[in-house]
Design a protein around this ligand. Structure first.
Ligand code: ADP
Ligand code: ASP
Ligand code: MG
Length: 815
């Protein structure tokens, strides 16, 4: 014999019941079956809600009941032929009359006890099972309706009654011995206490009914038919990547359901587990899908790749902590604590206690927090007065996330991986519990982080295939547009080779901004301006924070002074920052340091390789030298692609102004070329290099010997070109002076003995700086290790394409 349980969605309406009927037909052709059904989807919730309204004298309960009645009448009409309808329509009406009488009582008395709640809640299953039974009989099945409430005996803990297993099993066995129909159909969830009052087995309890019956008769199998294709690796409502688990042990299933995998009601595992009955979870709407097998056979091999079977989550959690020096070494404190919670019928979901015994922390359902607080403070009143313990501390708005798997046993590094990936995503862990079975690691986090945490863990443990990275790009100018092109072009390669998928989850320029959690598709990017909203740095930042997506990188591809102001806020949320904008790294030293420290303290990265030498590995090289224990003693460099281009091309054939304009046209200059020509940009770069080498330099300590006449710095960029033309003779003489000595002009930067300076130099043919063409940069590092021959980095130091690729490399490094 097999037991089949169909959940609320499976019996929600006639269309769904036709699926159920087909499954019953197939199974009952092979063996006798017992079918347990839930109430129609949502009916239990509505019955309870309506009762709550009635109890506060809100007559809107009447319209809810009316709708429920209509829903059931419609079902009768759709499932039965006209000739057979009338008795069943009267059946439904009669019971709704009874229901209405009960509600009227609640309304008049203004009182809703657990006992009444169970009485009314039990109507949902009573009606659904009867109507479906009528349908099966009409279709010619040998089907009998069984009142499971008469057989399942419980205590009188209404709404969550405890089953008297021995008596229940005896009743069920006896009933099924006497009644030998091919199909027995019965309501789930419902039971009776000793005095034959209706009780229920707790929300979701129809699974439990089915399991109790399976265990009572040693069924061959228990099948739980629901609306998903099995128990999944995570709640499918939280992550689109959740996959059905093919096989799972009873204990794993128990842990997952205990910590929130709603697909199975936790108490339903115990009865079948004790009798070693296989439990299958199947999809009513995709009956051929394999579903999940929960069984005792599952051999767990030490070698299996899969460490965890699933991650589950539970919301509305409160954490309560009892602490005090008086708790150390005193036996019985925890016993007292649990006793008083037990007395209030408060379920403890998770417990942690430090080995110092100084405090004990429990997770409970948020709805129980006030009762818990009162009960504990009352029970420990003397200890609180004597200051042996402090009044209990309660925190709300929390959730539990649990990682579950038999294979986690004896494996080192699982929790390190778990906490590592959560930490990298800025998810703060409030409490941790790991059972000594090592089958489960549970953490308590803020409710706001729940979706992110489930996705991060799912990605880490179940999607070894692909890591989703969320990029927020600011700036769609020269470099930004090249970067976006490179991202689209390179994404397939990254997916296949590095197992990462870059999603442009947000995009902003100075005019418009848009968000797309799943990434802006390439086709849509081309006209994103049309549907973007008005840009605002503040709103862009707040939106990123509130979306709270995992593996986020904020990319500043602007020269705007406004954007670096939000870096610190983002870093505090563990959002990585990649900037080609130099303003932050060259700002006040304290500010630079704060950003670096904030990144470190929040497990994220602040990268700005392209601040110096565009895509050349300059900052990365310094970092590697320092990390490996070297010390930079001096740096000599040509750091301005623009100035190098300008002085390489300024040979007297064109005016200085024309050469600068050409550099700007070719995209080598800063948006305002005066930043390059004045040496300010070079000064910022040597400043950043010195800082990265470990010297706390400030910008105004850099000596800048400018070659640009003061007048050229006045006015706007157009005036600037006019001014350059006016001063052509000045530039000519700079060139002539160098040529006289057989040298060339280079704008150089130097850092030596803790001091930095920038300025125009005459460079002799023998110098390392001489053979430097086009827009190339060169950085010559003298270090303790590179003392005889310096370490030299040289190559194109400007240009949108190479800068974009440097930003790209920083993005990949940051995640
Ligand atoms: P039924 O009415 O059939 O008893 P439930 O609503 O009680 O169904 O349980 C099925 C639902 O559980 C699914 O639709 C899904 O949204 C939710 N769920 C949560 N966690 C999981 C999980 N790990 N695997 C499968 N479903 C889950
Ligand atoms: N109808 C009950 C509930 O909604 C029991 C069940 O569906 O399993 O909780
Ligand atoms: Mg259920």
């Amino acid at each position: 014999m097999k037991i089949l349980k169909f959940g609320g969605t499976s019996v929600a309406n006639s269309q769904n019941i036709f699926w159920v009927e087909n499954i019953i037909k197939k199974e009952s052709a092979k063996h006798k079956i017992v079918v347990i059904v839930s109430a129609l989807h949502g009916v239990t919730d509505k019955l309870i809600k309506a009762a709550e309204y009635a109890s506060v004298k809100d007559d809107s309960y009447l319209s809810i009941l009316k709708k429920l009645e209509d829903q059931h009448l419609l079902l009768v009409k759709e499932l039965l032929p006209i000739l057979e309808q009338s008795s069943w329509l009267s059946f439904v009406k009669k019971h709704f009359n009874d229901i209405e009488d009960l509600y009227h009582g609640i309304f008049v008395l203004g009182e809703l006890t657990g006992r009444i709640k169970d009485k009314i809640a039990s109507y949902g299953e009573f009606l659904s099972s009867n109507i479906i039974s009528a349908r099966l009989q009409y279709k010619g099945f040998d089907c009998l309706w069984m009142n499971s409430a008469d057989l399942i005996k419980t205590d009188d803990n209404f709404t969550n009654a405890k089953v008297n297993t021995d008596l229940t099993e005896k009743n069920i066995r006896e009933y099924l011995r006497v009644h030998q129909n091919q199909i027995i159909i019965a309501p789930g969830f419902v039971a009776q206490d000793e005095n034959n009052n209706a009780t229920t087995l707790g929300r979701g309890g129809s699974d439990y009914t089915a399991s109790l019956i399976a265990a009572a008769i040693h069924a061959d199998e228990l099948q739980i038919w629901t609306d998903v294709s099995g128990m999944m690796t995570a709640d499918p409502r939280l992550t689109a990547h959740a996959k059905p688990i093919f096989e799972i042990s009873y204990h794993e299933a128990m842990e997952l359901s205990h910590f929130g995998a709603k697909v199975l009601y936790p108490p339903s595992i115990q009865p079948v587990m004790t009798k070693n009955i296989d439990l299958k979870i199947k999809n009513t709407f995709d009956p051929d899908a394999p579903g999940t097998l929960v069984s005792h056979h599952l051999e767990v091999s030490e070698n299996t790749q899969q460490i965890a079977v699933g991650v589950s989550n539970m919301s509305h959690i409160a954490l309560l902590t009892l602490e005090g020096s008086g708790m150390i070494g005193i036996p019985g404190i925890s016993a007292r604590l649990f006793q008083c919670l037990n007395h209030e019928k408060i379920n403890v979901i998770l417990i942690t206690q430090g080995s110092s015994e100084h405090s004990i922390t429990l997770a409970i359902n948020e709805k129980d927090r006030i009762a818990a607080e009162n009960a504990i403070n009352f029970s420990f009143a003397d200890d609180i007065n004597l200051k042996r313990v402090s009044p209990v501390k309660i925190e709300n708005g929390l959730s539990i996330v649990a990682l579950v798997g038999e294979n986690m046993k004896n494996r080192s590094g699982v929790s390190a991986r778990m906490f590592g990936c959560l930490g990298n995503n800025g998810i703060n862990i409030r409490a941790i519990a790991q059972g000594s079975s090592e089958r489960n690691i549970s953490i308590v986090i803020s409710e706001n982080d729940i979706r992110k945490a489930v996705n991060v863990l799912h990605e880490e443990f179940f999607e070894s295939e692909i890591k989703q990275v969320h990029l927020y790009l600011c700036g769609t100018g020269n470099v930004g547009s090249k970067l976006i092109r490179q991202i689209y072009d390179q994404n397939q390669y990254l997916r296949e080779n590095l197992l990462i998928n870059l999603r442009i989850a947000g995009l902003s320029n100075s005019r418009k901004m848009i968000f797309a959690d799943k990434g802006i598709p390439e086709e849509e990017y081309h006209h994103w301006n049309e549907y973007g909203q008005e840009a605002s740095v503040h709103d862009f930042t707040e939106e990123i924070i509130s979306r709270n997506l995992r593996n986020s990188v904020f990319v500043d591809i602007t020269a705007s002074p406004e954007i670096p102001k939000v870096y610190e806020k983002l870093l505090k949320r563990s959002i990585n920052i990649v900037a080609c904008n130099k303003i932050a790294a060259s700002s006040d030293f304290e500010q630079y340091k704060t950003l670096k420290n904030t990144a470190r303290n929040h497990n994220c990265n602040f990268y700005f390789e392209t601040n110096v030498g565009a895509g050349l590995p300059v900052i990365g090289t310094i970092n590697d030298l320092i990390k490996s224990g070297d010390k930079v003693t001096a740096i000599e460099a040509v750091l301005s692609g623009t100035l190098n281009f300008v002085f390489n091309n300024y040979d007297g054939s064109k005016t200085f102004s024309e050469v600068v304009a050409q550099a700007q046209q070719e995209g080598y200059t800063e948006p305002d070329p005066r930043l390059d020509l004045s040496g300010t940009d070079v000064a910022r770069k040597i400043l950043i290099l010195a800082r990265e080498a470990g010297y706390p330099l400030q910008f105004d300590e850099i000596e800048n010997i400018s070659f640009l006449p003061e007048a050229c710095m006045q006015g706007n960029v157009e005036n600037f070109y006019e001014k350059l033309s006016e001063y052509e003779n000045h530039f000519k003489s700079l060139l002539a002076n160098a040529q006289k000595e057989g040298k060339i002009l280079k704008y150089t930067a130097e850092f030596k003995n803790g001091k930095a300076k920038v300025g125009l130099q005459h460079i002799a043919p023998g110098s390392d700086l001489f053979h430097l063409y086009g827009k190339d940069n060169i950085v010559i590092f003298n270090t303790l290790r590179y003392s005889e021959q310096p370490l030299v980095v040289k190559g194109a130091g400007a240009g949108a394409e190479v800068t974009a690729s440097g930003v790209f490399a920083d993005i990949i490094r940051s995640i």
